[in-house]
Design a protein around this ligand. Structure first.
Ligand code: 9MR
Length: 386
């Protein structure tokens, strides 16, 4: 998929070497020193590596994208970026008529200027919680026009957003629509009017029509830990349905927010059920789906305070996981859900009881690479070609 990075010295590389020369003259090096970038290590194996970046939640002033050092780190390390929140309906669609592209535009322009590819997240987060309020109560009319009106709004949204970002070559079309409790498909105002399967299929057909060359992904957070069984089964059922009905879905996005399980588990970071996990991946790839790691991070909330011990445990869990995932030649992209700890969504979502910051990303808050960064690099180095 990394067409842009597939051949010849890219403009980015030329730009990059120019930057490097400039940096040397100033006596500055990139945060990773002289080590090869994660993007280049991934690319050598036919993968691409990148990260989420956020222009800040709506209403807040800062996000990682506002930080020049963060942007430089993205240039140094990433072959692909994904806007963390800026393409979600609740950001893009203040009302039924308006498209507020400004936030995502800034990230898209940055990616383009540095010849970094762009992923899209997400055209339909099919979960009522993440619909904008106006949409939850939108009046689609009555009678036969009702379903047609709902479909028209969904198709119009997808068509216009894809057309606005032709550089996006990989789209999380539908996100998190399987309920982890019982594997059922979530209900929203769209599915209540149009039907569940039809809603999801319409989204993929609209995306294929509007972005014919893009990889179309179903993205979800089912994981390898105990307790995910119903979620995994539900996702496989969904993927099977897509195939049966001919919905154009190319890949499964495995979010990969690791390490959230019971502290009593081995090492305090999850209790991977590797055999079941491989069976799950075998089923998905057996149906012809590619795999993407779309939102990689490691939650260290349940580990002891000591930083070095935490970093080592996080890196070790990550290396085992990435080795397993990259063993599948179908795994094509790896995206970190943030590159620097302080900007991680987990700081707010699951703060540590000792008040210390979590350390879920490859770089610490001094922009120093951590053992997690080395684990990712090592996994790329030992991964088979694809
Ligand atoms: O990291 C994102 C955080 O900033 C947002 O507040 C939150 C709600 O929009 O979404 C987070 O990203 C989620 C992603 O969109 C889908 N998978 C789970 C991610 C972490 O919650």
């Amino acid at each position: 998929m990394s067409r842009r990075h597939a051949s010849g010295p890219s403009r980015r590389r030329l730009l990059g070497s120019g930057l490097a020369a400039g940096a040397l003259a100033l006596g500055v090096t990139s945060a990773r020193g002289s080590a090869p970038s994660l993007a280049s290590l991934a690319k050598a194996k036919g993968l691409r590596f990148g990260s989420a970046v956020g222009a800040g939640p709506v209403g807040a002033i800062t996000g990682s994208f506002e930080d020049a050092r963060y942007r430089q780190l993205l240039i140094d390390e990433c072959g692909v970026l994904v806007p963390e929140n800026e393409l979600k309906w609740y950001v893009l669609r203040p009302d039924a008529k308006t498209f507020a592209f400004e936030r995502a535009d800034r990230i898209a322009a940055f990616a383009k200027a540095h010849d970094i590819a762009l992923r899209g997240h997400t055209l339909l987060w099919h979960h009522p919680k993440w619909f904008p309020d106006w949409l939850k109560t939108h009046d689609f009319g009555t009678g036969p026009a009702r379903a047609a009106n709902a479909q028209a709004m969904l198709v119009d949204h997808i068509t216009r957003v894809c057309a606005h970002y032709p550089q996006i070559d990989s789209w999380d079309v539908v996100n998190e629509t399987v309920d982890p409790k019982d594997g059922s498909i979530r209900r929203t105002v769209f599915s209540d009017v149009m039907g569940q399967e039809r809603t999801l299929d319409v989204a993929y057909h609209a995306a294929r029509a509007a972005a014919p060359k893009a990889r179309l992904v179903y993205n979800d957070y089912m994981g390898w830990e105990a307790g995910n069984e119903a979620h995994r089964t539900g996702v496989l059922k969904l993927l099977e349905g897509f195939r049966k009905r001919g919905a154009p879905v190319d890949a499964l996005g495995v979010q990969s927010h690791l390490g959230t399980e019971d502290p009593a588990a081995a090492g305090g970071l999850g209790r991977p059920q590797e055999r079941q996990w491989r069976a799950f991946l075998d089923e998905a790839t057996g149906m012809g789906y590619d795999l993407l790691i779309t939102e990689f991070d490691v939650n260290d909330k349940k580990l002891p305070s000591d930083l070095a011990a935490r970093d080592t445990a996080v890196a070790s869990l990550a290396k085992g996981y990435l080795d397993l995932m990259l063993d599948y030649r179908q795994t094509k992209e790896v995206l970190a859900w943030g590159m620097v700890d302080k900007y991680s969504w987990l700081q707010n979502f699951t703060p540590r009881p000792d008040g210390l910051l979590l350390r879920p990303t490859p770089y610490d808050d001094g922009y120093k690479p951590k053992p997690l960064r080395e684990a990712v690099a090592a996994a790329f180095k030992s991964a088979p070609n694809r």
